[in-house]
Design a binder for this molecule. Structure first.
Ligand SMILES: [Zn+2]
Length: 438
C-alpha cells in the first residue's frame, strides 16, 4: 500500500501540473512521507559516500560504513557546517559538474558559494510554485518580485516558480521602492514578493500616496516582526504571507499557509532535524537535502533556531511545521538575564521613540557580573534619560522574567548612545553580541 502510494506520488511530481503536485502534498499520509524521506536519506548518504570528498573524509575519520547508515542519528557528530563550506574548496562538496552558482553572506566573513544544475533550480521552483498556488496564486495574477538578485538565488527561483504556473512575473532585483511604486499602476501588479524591510519602505510611500489592490504579499529573506507585518497589511489591506528559505536550500524551505502558525516545510526535498533542543523544543535547525545531486548537504547546520510545531495544522496539510525563526544560533547568548536572542530586543525596542533603526545589544562582563548594554543611535535630539526609561519599562512589562533577574541583581543594564551612522552594518546586522571573555 505504502509503495503504491509512493509510486503514485512520484509520478505526480515528475509528470503533472503544479496544482496536482499541491494536491498530492496535501493528501499524502504522514507515514508515506516518513518512508519516502527515509529512503531518500539512505540514497543520498550512499551517493555522497561515493562522490563527495568532504563526506567521504568525515565517514573515514570515524570509521563509519555508509551502507549501515539508515537515519541521521546514525551519523553521530557528522554535520556539514557553514564554516566547512567556506574553509574547503568547492570541489570537496561537488558530486558532478555544476551549471550555476549563487552566494550567501553571513554576519561576517567571506560568502558561501553554492552550486546547482539548471534542473535543480527548476525542481526547487516547482515546489515554491506549489506553495504559492496553495496561497492562492493563479494564472491571470501579476507578480512583482523585488528580492535582491545579484548572486542570490531567491529572485531566480521565484521567477521560475511563476513560469511553472504560467503567471506574469517581473523579477526586478531590489530597486529603490519608489521605482516600483511608480510602475504599480502601469503593470497592474497584484502580488508583491520582497524582503520585510524593503516592504516597509514601499508601504510608507503607499500609505502617503495611495495603495493598489493586492491579492497577497509574500515576504521572506529576513525576520518580520508582527509590528512590521501589521503595518504592511494595514496599508495594502492584503495578507502578508511569510516564506523561509536560503541559498543553501536552493530557494524555499517552507512557507506559511493561511490557517496556522509557522512554516510548512518542504519534506519532499529535505529531511529536517532540530538539534540540542531546550525545554520548549527550540534548537538549531539541521537539514539534509534529499533531491540535490550536484552539491548535496548531509546534515547542514542552518544556524537558525526554531522548533517543530507538533500539533496538526488547521489547514489539514500533512507537512510538518516549524515555528517562526527565533534567531541565529550564533546570536543566542546565555547570560544572567536568561537565554537572550535578538527577537527579544526587537520587541523591546521597536516602538521606542527617538532611536534609529540600527541598534545593537551587547553582553559584557564587569567583575563577576553580566552587563546588558543597549547601543543606540538617537535620531531627533530626544533626551537619553527618556529613552532609558522607556526601554526599562518595555523590558519590565514585556519580559517580566528577564526583568525579575535584573531586580535580583543577576545583571546590570547599561546604555550607550552613539552618533547616527555608527552602527550601520552589512546586510544582516548582528543585533546581539557576546563580548565576555574567558
Ligand atoms: Zn497549514
Amino acid at each position: 500500500m505504502l509503495s503504491a502510494f509512493k509510486q503514485f506520488f512520484e509520478r505526480a511530481v515528475i509528470g503533472n501540473s503544479v496544482s496536482s503536485l499541491t494536491r498530492w502534498g496535501k493528501i499524502t499520509p504522514r507515514p508515506v512521507i516518513r518512508r519516502m524521506q527515509e529512503d531518500a536519506f539512505r540514497r543520498m548518504v550512499r551517493r555522497a559516500a561515493r562522490h563527495q570528498k568532504f563526506f567521504v573524509d568525515q565517514l573515514h575519520e570515524r570509521g563509519l560504513d555508509a551502507l549501515k547508515i539508515r537515519r541521521p542519528e546514525d551519523l553521530g557528530d557528522i554535520f556539514t557546517t557553514p564554516e566547512d563550506l567556506i574553509s574547503r574548496p568547492p570541489e570537496d562538496f561537488l558530486c558532478r559538474p555544476p551549471q550555476a552558482v549563487f552566494e550567501t553572506t553571513g554576519t561576517s566573513g567571506p560568502p558561501k558559494r553554492i552550486y546547482f544544475t539548471y534542473d535543480e533550480l527548476e525542481h526547487s521552483a516547482r515546489y515554491e510554485a506549489a506553495a504559492l498556488w496553495e496561497n492562492g496564486l493563479r494564472p491571470g495574477d501579476r507578480v512583482v518580485c523585488a528580492f535582491d538578485a545579484g548572486y542570490w538565488v531567491s529572485s531566480w527561483v521565484t521567477f521560475l516558480a511563476c513560469k511553472h504556473l504560467g503567471v506574469f512575473c517581473s523579477a526586478i532585483g531590489k530597486p529603490q521602492p519608489r521605482e516600483l511604486y511608480s510602475r504599480m499602476g502601469i503593470y497592474r501588479y497584484n502580488v508583491i514578493v520582497a524582503d520585510p524591510t524593503w516592504l516597509v519602505s514601499l508601504s510608507e510611500i503607499a500609505e502617503k500616496e495611495g495603495s493598489f489592490p493586492l491579492k497577497f504579499i509574500m515576504a521572506a529573506g529576513d525576520r518580520m516582526t508582527d509590528v512590521y507585518r501589521n503595518y504592511v497589511q494595514g496599508v495594502w489591506k492584503a495578507p502578508v504571507i511569510l516564506g523561509y528559505g536560503s541559498t543553501e536550500a536552493g530557494g524555499g524551505i517552507g512557507m506559511e499557509c493561511r490557517r496556522g502558525r509557522g512554516y510548512h516545510v518542504d519534506e519532499f526535498n529535505f529531511l529536517f532535524e532540530i538539534i540540542h533542543p531546550d525545554h520548549e523544543g527550540y534548537g538549531e535547525l539541521v537539514m539534509t537535502t534529499l533531491s540535490r545531486r550536484t552539491e548535496p548537504f548531509i546534515r547542514y547546520r542552518v544556524r537558525d533556531v526554531t522548533r517543530f510545531l507538533e500539533e496538526p495544522c488547521p489547514c489539514g496539510a500533512p507537512l510538518r511545521r516549524i515555528d517562526m525563526i527565533k534567531g541565529r544560533r550564533d546570536e543566542m547568548v546565555v547570560m544572567g538575564a536568561g537565554n537572550m536572542h535578538p527577537a527579544i530586543f526587537e520587541r523591546v525596542l521597536h516602538d521606542v521613540e527617538g532611536i534609529g533603526e540600527n541598534w545593537q545589544v551587547a553582553v559584557r562582563q564587569e567583575g563577576l557580573r553580566d552587563v546588558l548594554e543597549f547601543r543606540l543611535e538617537l535620531t531627533n535630539g530626544i533626551e537619553p534619560r527618556r529613552v532609558e526609561q522607556t526601554i526599562s519599562r518595555n523590558l519590565e512589562t514585556r519580559y517580566p522574567e528577564i526583568w525579575a533577574n535584573h531586580v535580583c541583581g543577576m545583571y546590570r543594564l547599561a546604555f550607550k548612545f552613539l552618533p547616527p551612522g555608527t552602527l550601520a552594518q552589512g546586510r544582516k546586522p548582528k543585533r546581539l553580541v557576546d563580548e565576555r571573555v574567558g
